[in-house]
Design a protein around this ligand. Structure first.
Ligand code: FAD
Length: 490
């Protein structure tokens, strides 16, 4: 048999992982990437001697990265190192409450009891529920295609279907949390997990209460070389397996003849392949690369609500703060109002929840001595043509006032360098429709079923991976999408 060839459009984390899996299967793999660097959202940059991870900062489920090294017959620890966090995140409330979210469930439940008075038993019950939802959903919704009959004929799927009411799909996450806890701060704490896939706790189903299990069972981690080392180590692995990466190569078209994907067109040249995998956002894949074939466009899927986006200030700060950790959250006083602004008014609440990540706490060379690299992020709506310059100027002022108030220091005076990323630049740098950071939103109970499949039902040889298709956004799910996609390719 002559060697089969696969081309992958995009070197995002899912594109790289799919390349590794297909190379291990014996394919000749070429990855075409529009940017001059790999990683897509999982990128890095430097400014004034500060290094920043551009996108993801929270690393969970590292075993999905390890799995790729094992698949290639290598010992993961020799190629990619990381450490488990004792405290996943430090929380600051407007009323002065400060609490540490320990990865260990018992320790965490005790911390909540000490700081908020919430009984230990209530937290442990919630985490047990989270574990149960995970055990029901992971095989069905996360690890397999929802678009193959085979999935539904499996015994564990059938068992999960019988346990369906247990995943709590018919009330909102907030309703479930408000029913389970007495203290409003604890409700807000658990509501926040909806933002892990860009959704709204006041609309998203309580099934998303599965997410705390990831942190309090599997844990959260910091890669020794920073988040970008995930991209770097996987690109190196792919190259060792013979994968060819072509940067500054913007794909213009997927060549389809008689319902079969024959390859791609880039830089005016046709590149033939037996298999085409798009890691580009599925919306742009259809609108830009398959624009000649409107009859192939899945209109309902493409019209779905997108996840929220993000506004990030990367600040070089000429001071170190001992009271801050790697991950820090400064909650807003009125969470409902904040989400109404994101989802209804489509603008930015004046007192938003601020996420502050400081990788130099663990990787000290990420900032000059005595300084810290601050990644300051708030959740914002997807790009619908808002006046972003005006919104960003107001948000910057409000964030500075909030952090200065809660940290007792004029933060504005400590900023010695600044870069800003907003929904428009997220859209243009990674071709993510509307700058949404997790593909489609999970604001309704059918979202998992409505995501685009990992294979085209109309074009033979065309596959999809990444955050805009099944099973969704975030590094672990993108790695799972690569697994599902590669498993489908014979
Ligand atoms: P993407 O990263 O979207 O990359 C797609 C690639 O395709 C890009 O490199 C793009 O240039 C390329 N491309 C597009 N069009 C073309 C074309 N025509 N030709 C060639 N190449 C093309 N996840 C977490 O797990 N934890 C977090 O803490 C977290 N925080 C986040 C914070 C931010 C600010 C952002 C933006 C995302 C965050 N995420 C987080 C989500 C996570 O980053 C994404 O879900 C994941 O990285 C998406 O990977 P992907 O494989 O879908 O590809």
């Amino acid at each position: 048999m002559p060697q089969q060839k696969a081309v992958i459009i995009g070197a995002g984390i899912a594109g790289i992982a799919t390349a590794i899996r297909l190379a291990v299967k014996g394919y000749a793999v070429e990855v075409y990437e529009a940017n001059s660097y790999p990683g897509g959202k999982l990128a890095e940059f430097e400014q004034n001697n500060y290094r920043f991870d551009a996108g993801p900062s929270l690393f969970t489920m590292p075993h999905y990265v390890d799995e790729l090294f094992k698949l290639a017959g290598k010992n993961p620890a020799d190629h990619f190192g990381y450490q488990k966090l004792d405290v996943v995140c430090r929380y600051f409330y407007e009323d002065g409450t400060r609490l540490d979210a320990y990865a260990d469930s018992q320790k965490f439940a005790q911390e909540l009891a000490l700081k908020t008075g919430e009984p230990v038993a209530a937290t442990l019950k919630h985490l047990a529920n989270s574990r149960d939802i995970y055990s029901i959903t992971n095989h069905v919704f996360l690890e397999r295609s929802l678009h193959r009959l085979k999935t539904f004929l499996r015994w564990d799927t059938i068992r999960s279907i019988f346990r369906f009411p247990q995943i709590d799909p018919f009330r909102t996450m907030h309703k479930a949390n408000a029913a389970g806890f007495k203290d409003a701060r604890v409700v807000q704490f658990f509501d926040r997990y909806a933002t892990y896939n860009g959704s709204d706790p006041y609309q998203a189903p309580a099934t998303l209460n599965v997410i705390p299990h990831l942190e309090h069972h599997f844990g959260a981690y910091f890669p020794d070389g920073g988040m970008y080392s995930i991209t770097q180590s996987l690109v190196k692995l792919a190259e060792e397996l013979g994968v060819q990466f072509r940067y500054n190569y913007k794909v213009e078209e997927i060549v389809v003849i008689n319902g079969i994907a024959k390859g791609i067109r880039a830089k005016g040249e046709n590149i033939l392949a037996d298999v085409v995998v798009s890691n580009m956002d599925v919306w742009f894949t259809y609108k830009r690369l398959l624009s000649k074939h409107p009859q192939l466009h899945p209109k309902k899927i493409l019209s779905q609500e997108r996840s929220s986006s993000a506004l990030i200030f990367y600040w070089g700060i000429k001071k170190q703060f001992t009271g801050l950790d790697l991950h820090n959250i400064f909650f807003s006083a009125d969470y409902k109002a904040e989400f109404d602004h994101i989802w209804k008014q489509q603008d930015i609440y004046h007192n938003p929840t601020v996420y502050l990540n400081i990788s130099s706490k663990y990787k000290t060379d990420d900032a000059p001595q005595g300084c810290e690299n601050w990644f300051v992020m708030i959740n914002v709506p997807a790009n619908n043509g808002q006046d972003w310059d005006k919104l960003i100027a107001a948000a910057r002022k409000n964030i500075l006032a909030k952090l200065s108030r809660l940290l007792g220091e004029d933060i504005g005076k400590l900023i010695e360098s600044e870069t800003i990323l907003d929904p428009r630049s997220i859209e243009s740098k990674t071709s993510s429709y509307k700058g949404s950071i997790y593909g489609t939103s999970s604001n309704n109970q059918f979202a998992a079923f409505l995501r685009h499949a990992n294979r085209s039902s109309k074009v033979k040889g065309l596959y999809f991976c990444g955050g805009s298709v099944h099973p969704g956004g975030g590094i672990p799910l993108c790695l799972l999408s690569a697994k599902i996609t590669a498993d489908m390719i014979k």
